[in-house]
Design a binder for this molecule. Structure first.
Ligand code: FES
Ligand code: FES
Length: 153
């Protein structure tokens, strides 16, 4: 079957199998920032935005995204450049496997804070990002970069 996805601002017609998950379709189409960590909906590495809200692409059938807007880390690279520098500055980028999914989630969080839907406190930020796991860093450096980026003392 064919579906239409607006990926990072560009409409594309994509051939899929009805049982395909969005993660596999995006990677097949060349959006390699979308990572397959656990493939069971528990690590957050595959996070993308659908119509501006984060979803786990490993747990979302591509067919349900027909006609929707999908944003991957490639699509927000310019907006997130400052955060990427802060992450590197904190020495928090190790294997980097978790970074694109976390970056997408942080982008969504920033919008939620701006819209007043999430409070800009350390506790609320930690809660929002709790589903993005990292196997390397122990989170301390990532947290410092995230708090700096969001302007949290
Ligand atoms: S690969 Fe989707 S949550 Fe881990
Ligand atoms: S830096 Fe390796 S999983 Fe996060």
């Amino acid at each position: 079957m064919k579906i239409n996805l607006k990926i990072n601002g560009v409409w594309k017609e994509v051939e899929i199998d009805p049982s395909d998950y969005l993660l596999d379709v995006l990677r097949r189409e060349g959006y390699l920032s979308v990572k397959k960590g656990c493939d069971t909906g528990t690590c957050g590495a595959c996070t993308v935005l659908r119509d501006g809200y984060p979803i786990l692409s490993c747990a979302t059938l591509a067919a349900t995204c027909d006609g929707h807007e999908i944003t991957t880390a490639e699509g927000i690279a310019d907006e997130m450049e400052d955060y990427a520098k802060m992450l590197a500055g904190e020495g928090a980028e190790q294997c980097g496997f978790c970074s694109p999914g976390l970056m997408v989630m942080l982008y969504a969080l920033k919008k939620e804070i701006e819209n007043g839907k999430v409070k800009k406190t350390k506790e609320d930020i930690r809660r929002y990002l709790i589903g993005n796991l990292c196997r390397c860093t122990g989170y301390a450096g990532q947290e410092r970069a995230i708090f700096r980026y969001l302007g949290v003392e």
